[in-house]
Design a protein around this ligand. Structure first.
Ligand SMILES: Cc1cc2nc3c(=O)[nH]c(=O)nc-3n(C[C@H](O)[C@H](O)[C@H](O)COP(=O)(O)OP(=O)(O)OC[C@H]3O[C@@H](n4cnc5c(N)ncnc54)[C@H](O)[C@@H]3O)c2cc1C
Length: 593
């Protein structure tokens, strides 16, 4: 049966839409579960469903018989030009570009699903088309002027131009704001761009680069530029010899006094950092979709292997320790897909603030596929270790997902600090509201009453029975865990801010716990919502989906409990001091001889 139909929630597309001016994830830090942004679980738009059905079949048909080639290209670290031409011919460079410019105009949700399908065959293929759409040309789509769109989008849609995103430099990785590539404004309004970017996906095959450079202009410190590869002074280095996604092009890209016309500034002068972050936030569902597709392929491989391989007179699929791995991979895949798809829906619905949810889904999905690759390889054991089988390549390929488009460490810090910042702002608001009570009692009362409501719920738990009221009764018990821990998250955010104030920014151990609490809650609630929609639609596999939601919740509850406890009882000081000792020595100082 076709996977698109099989996997999509069977309910009709809902007329309900999320609150666009609210972030579901940030509300969790206030102890609120925004039901409007959780129920009903989003359904694929009819237009997308129809296109996907055809595309998924075409992708399988085209890539399905190339597995030997992918292996070969992985070893040679190369993707032949004829293959890239075939990707162009299939329209895979125009996936999210509007129809008026010659693209397929897929929604974010459908785009994530396409990358899932290509990733189930080969990650390097997904990288080539994903780096183009998710980040390479996304700036033109999101921030391009009318002129830039009409000049570039038709060529980007056809693949006549392939795009790459150039932010990272040797001295500017996670600290992207510290780029040294420089652009100086000339008297005629044009810019002179010089510097070098490293590890640029599609660097060696791109015709158009979205480049971020330091512009010490009165308007601000960083600006985005659209730069054509054919312009004088633009060059790229050799193909990097990588651990994974080896066939996909990764190179340095250098700019030696490149003249960039004023009409190729992307967005506003001085707003480049915001432009870069918006592109990365918007692109995260592509990465998440790819991870989900990879996991589905691993589940198929692992189940086949477990049923075929016989030891001790029976299929290894009969053994508990093998079955446990298969079940956990399935739970992780369902949970990751539920979160990624929800984030795509927020973007497609025009939500203004989804960056925290996007980060949560990226962290969860990228961690989950690495666990899945590890376990699938373990089920195949010796075979898994052999290059003849696909497991080792998936293990190598998936490793990049927690490194690029924001490392998972940086994204965890971002999740925690974004949530804490908003809570911190209300605490400040509360202070000034106290002053306002005397000058402007009505205004002061408004702030205090919403804050007071939250405090009552935090301290007494009163009111929690009102949330998640739309849920099917079968899932009621699971819901209670999130209703409990959303209050714990809010209390914890409040307590951390009261204890550390602004210095909470230095508390990385605590931030990680807060981020993980938020991730478990967001992913768990998406899982619950998806299971709920499948039950209500009488989906053939609804019972298993409910089981997944229940097990995920029990596992998440244990993690959430550990994280809340860890906020006050932990060995952070000893860990930190031990790291200090070893860092100072620079080696492991014990030996048995
Ligand atoms: C194959 C590949 C493809 C890539 N494609 C692109 C691309 O197309 N375009 C592009 O612009 N870039 C690209 N990158 C770059 C990628 O985005 C960066 O590697 C990534 O942002 C991390 O930077 P870094 O490797 O310099 O690590 P660093 O920033 O040096 O980080 C090293 C370690 O320290 C941790 N760390 C850093 N700062 C903190 C902190 N404040 N608190 C706690 N921990 C911290 C990190 O999480 C990490 O574990 C690519 C990289 C690779 C490997």
């Amino acid at each position: 049966m076709n996977e698109v139909t099989d996997n999509a929630p069977a309910q009709a597309a809902s007329s309900d839409s999320p609150k666009r001016d609210q972030s579901f994830a940030k509300n969790l830090f206030f102890g609120e579960i925004l039901e409007e942004n959780l129920f009903p679980y989003p359904a694929m738009r009819e237009r997308d469903r129809e296109m996907l059905t055809a595309m998924v079949d075409a992708i399988d048909h085209f890539l399905g018989d190339k597995h030997a080639d992918f292996k070969h290209w992985d070893r040679d670290a190369h993707q032949p030009a004829e293959f890239i031409q075939a990707l162009r011919d299939m329209g895979l460079f125009g996936l999210i570009i509007p129809e008026q410019f010659g693209g397929l105009e897929l929604s974010n949700a459908a785009y994530a699903r396409v990358l899932g399908q290509t990733s189930s065959h080969d990650s390097s293929v997904s990288l080539t088309i994903g780096a183009h759409s998710s980040i390479g040309m996304k700036g033109v789509l999101l921030f391009g002027s009318t002129d830039q769109k009409s000049r570039y989008l038709p060529k980007l849609a056809s693949g006549e131009m392939i795009a790459a995103f150039c932010l990272t430099e040797s001295g500017a990785g996670s600290d992207a704001a510290s780029v040294r590539t420089k652009a100086s404004r000339n008297a005629d309004g044009s810019w002179t761009l010089s510097g070098e970017k490293i590890w640029i996906t599609n660097g060696g095959i791109a015709d158009l680069y979205t480049v971020f450079a330091k512009t010490d202009t009165p308007e601000g410190k960083m600006t985005g530029f659209i730069v054509e590869a054919k312009w004088p002074g633009v060059s790229h280095g050799p193909h990097e010899d990588k651990m994974g996604i080896r066939a996909s092009s990764t190179t340095t890209v250098a700019f030696a006094d490149v003249r960039v016309p004023p009409e190729n500034v992307l967005g506003e002068v001085g707003k480049g950092f915001k432009v870069a972050m918006a592109i990365l936030n918007n692109g995260r569902t592509g990465l998440g979709g790819g991870a989900v597709g990879g996991m589905k392929a691993l589940i198929r491989l692992a189940t086949a292997q477990a049923k075929e391989r016989k030891q001790f007179g029976q299929a290894i699929a009969e053994f508990g320790l093998v079955r446990e791995k298969i079940a956990q991979m399935t739970i992780d895949c369902f949970a990751a897909e539920s979160a990624v798809w929800m984030v795509a829906h927020y973007i497609d619905s025009g939500c203004e603030d989804y960056s925290v949810e996007a980060a949560m889904s990226k962290v969860f999905a990228s961690d989950a596929i690495q666990r899945a690759a590890h376990e699938a390889l373990q089920i195949a054991a010796g075979n898994g270790f052999m290059r003849e089988f696909p497991y080792e390549q998936v293990t190598r390929d998936s490793r990049i997902l927690s490194i690029f488009e924001g490392t998972n460490e940086i994204l965890r810090l971002y999740i925690a600090l974004s949530g804490l910042k908003d809570v911190g702002n209300t605490l400040t608001g509360l202070k000034s509201a106290f002053g306002n009570i005397f000058n402007d009692p009505i205004k002061g009362f408004g702030v205090l009453s919403s804050y007071a409501g939250r405090r009552v719920r935090e301290t007494t738990g009163y009111g929690t029975d009102k949330i998640l009221r739309e849920l099917h009764p079968t899932l009621r018990k699971a819901a209670e865990s999130y209703e409990k821990y959303v209050v714990e998250l809010s209390k914890s955010a409040d307590a951390l801010l009261r204890k550390h104030g602004k210095k909470v920014a230095d508390q990385q151990y605590q931030q990680k716990r807060i981020a993980d609490l938020g991730i478990d809650m967001f992913v768990g609630l998406c899982t619950l919502s998806r299971a709920d929609s499948l039950v209500k639609a009488n989906h053939a596999d609804a019972e298993s989906a409910v089981k997944i939601a229940e097990v995920f919740t029990k596992q998440a509850r244990r993690r959430m409990s550990r994280n809340v406890r860890g906020l006050t009882r932990n060995e952070d000081a000893q860990i930190d001091s031990l790291a200090g000792v070893i860092l100072q020595k620079g080696y492991f100082p014990w030996d048995v001889i």
